[in-house]
Design a protein around this ligand. Structure first.
Ligand code: ADP
Length: 576
């Protein structure tokens, strides 16, 4: 047997410090603009950012933080949070970004599970920190990310001042060489069911993901872009933008805590933002503002929408009314997060416009670095015909192998089961139809709740809609549509059901509609269907009445008390 012939190229590890070092050296003057917690607009450059990240690294090392230790952040999108991204992972510590919108008990669980040594926090979370600190005895220090002039004065917890810590350091620091398989970032899933689980990324996975994310058929970021990530840096590393922007030299614009339509619009216009990314809910706010203010974008060119399904009506409004390209994307915490993006091939872009739209409404095509397949209940591959629904499995260098501090592997034959149900068509376009636990099984066939919701959302009187399974004596389950009406607008149950005619298969049309004041959401803004299913567990569909096995009579709205918001569904009230 002959020996393999090895190549003769440098063996340079893929470390996250190389990203900020590259930006500082080659895009040193490119700006990072942040709306600060202090209320003003802060601007500096990649060169400044690296210098300060080095001073943070020195400060943390002086506080005794060692390689491999977790340092947490509770912060909005801003320049200090970016410094924390690099000033921790850059020297071998692990940056653990915490979602402050989780309930305090969940945050305390996460901090303790991760064994965080220090927590860096924006002062808007001072109350939250006071609530957390007694439950997190192993945290050695809480660091307020501000200067002495803005330190929160009324806190019970002893806190350190970020700027004072940095001022004590000179920035004369070399990023150490570290193994690219060492941990870089730690993100927890939002724990819709059970306790949150940690995805522990490696330097290698983070850098490869940043490269993948920047590609033309992914986010297509470049040094000519001014990018404003609305997606929070505490939600799967803002989909990789804090890494992809320094890699490509894109200007960064951070919105801080003001994510309402007006604030976002004004910042986008002032900083000539060309590119953005966020979940559908934030874009709803932005579109409402544009409509009410009769405003138009003068610089924004494109935006990535993901995290939950982008309603086709939203895609149409962005593109047809405002001329903004929408890139629908799918991913998850366990995938760093990017998996697919809806960009067309040359051949697809020659097809009729309506057909192109249909493709781009789907979640899109796999990125290099992600392989995917759909499997049936027997674990066998299903065809890519756009019809067969199956469990979606993925694998690749930025997909998790196992969860942090959990022994059992979640993998099945080397693939990660996403928990999503999807179709893949002949073009290789993924269409997420449901979370596997949300799928509606009617007479042995599956109904896509997302498709049913998308039709409802296109109705002008509908602000938000959720489609859930309701038990049915004949069909096992039938769809129930739960709807929040747009303020000042009305629509009847009958009119809404008639609106489905010709838009979906007849048997997908919901059997009933319930109107509510609000829908429950998770901390990442996704519909919490588990809560809705519990609430409507005893709902009797009109179609069930009279069928053997239906013991109940339909309840009227008053009996269900539909006007009362569900307990525990609001965002963490201590956040703001
Ligand atoms: P968490 O799991 O913490 O709620 P993630 O961002 O990891 O947050 O959520 C991943 C899940 O979100 C996916 O598995 C999928 O169910 C859903 N999701 C993400 N993007 C889309 C999309 N474009 N369309 C439909 N569902 C999506």
């Amino acid at each position: 047997m002959t020996m393999p012939l090895y190549g003769q190229m440098m063996d340079v590890p893929l470390t996250v410090s190389s990203l900020i070092a590259h930006a500082a050296r080659h895009f040193g003057d490119t700006e990072i603009v942040s709306r600060r917690i202090e209320g003003d607009l802060h601007r500096y450059t990649y060169r400044d950012c690296e210098r300060r990240a080095k001073r943070l690294a020195q400060a943390l090392i002086a506080l005794g933080v060692e390689s491999g230790e977790r340092v947490a952040t509770l912060a909005w999108n801003g320049y200090r949070h970016l410094e924390a991204y690099y000033g921790t992972a850059g020297f071998g510590a692990v940056c653990h970004t915490i979602n402050p919108r989780l309930f305090p008990e969940q945050i305390a669980y996460i901090v303790n599970h991760a064994d965080d040594s220090f927590v860096l926090f924006d002062t808007s979370f001072a109350t939250l920190v006071d609530a957390l600190a007694p439950h997190c005895p192993k945290v050695r220090g809480w660091i307020a990310m501000t200067g002495e002039a803005h330190m929160p004065l009324t806190m019970q917890t002893p806190v350190l001042c970020y700027e004072t810590l940095l001022d004590a350091q000179d920035g004369d620091f070399e990023w150490p060489a570290i193994d690219e398989r060492q941990a870089s970032y730690l993100c927890y899933t939002s724990g819709t069911t059970g306790n949150p689980k940690g995805a522990l990324y490696t330097h290698r996975s983070t850098v490869l993901h940043a490269m993948g994310a920047s590609m033309p058929d992914a986010m297509c970021l470049s040094a000519r872009d001014s990018v404003l990530p609305v997606v929070p840096m505490f939600h799967v590393n803002a989909w990789g933008i804090p890494h992809a922007a320094p890699l490509t030299g894109a200007k960064l614009v951070f919105p801080g805590k003001d994510l309402d339509g007006k604030s976002l619009y004004e910042l986008m216009e002032a900083e000539r933002v060309t590119y953005s990314a966020g979940v559908p809910t934030v874009w709803l706010g932005l579109l409402n503002h544009l409509r009410d203010a009769k405003a138009r974008f003068t610089s924004l060119e494109r935006t990535v929408i993901g995290g939950s399904a982008c309603p086709p009506a939203m895609l149409r409004t962005f593109e047809d009314e405002y001329g903004i390209e929408v890139i629908h994307a799918w991913g998850m915490t366990e995938m760093s997060p990017l998996g697919t993006l809806a960009k067309l091939t040359w051949e697809q872009s020659q097809r009729p416009k309506a057909e192109q739209r249909k493709l781009r409404e789907k979640q899109g095509h796999a990125l290099y670095g992600v392989d995917m397949k759909i499997v049936g209940d027997d674990g066998r591959d299903l065809p890519w015909d756009g019809v067969a629904f199956g469990d979606l499995h993925v694998r690749g260098p930025w997909v998790i192998d196992r969860y942090f501090r959990k022994d059992e592997s979640p993998l099945i034959d080397g693939w990660f089961p996403t928990g999503d149900v999807a179709t893949i068509d002949r073009d290789g376009f993924l269409n997420i139809t449901d979370r596997s636990k949300d799928v509606i099984k009617s007479g042995g066939e599956w109904i896509s709740s997302i498709d049913v919701e998308n039709v409802a959302i296109a109705h002008p009187a509908v602000a938000e809609a959720a489609c859930i399974a309701c038990s049915h004596p004949k069909w096992t389950e039938r769809p129930l549509l739960v709807v929040v009406k747009r303020a000042g607008m009305d629509v009847s149950r009958e009119a809404l059901l008639a609106f489905y005619d010709g838009k979906v298969a007849k048997w997908w049309i919901p059997d009933d509609v319930a109107f509510v004041d609000e829908l429950p959401h998770t901390a990442t803004g996704k519909l919490q269907k588990l809560k809705l299913r519990e609430r409507f567990r005893d709902h009797v569909l009109p179609s069930s009445v009279g069928i053997e096995g239906c013991p109940l009579t339909p309840l009227d709205d008053a009996a269900l008390d539909l006007s009362t918001p569900l307990a525990g569904t609001r965002e963490n009230p201590s956040v703001q």
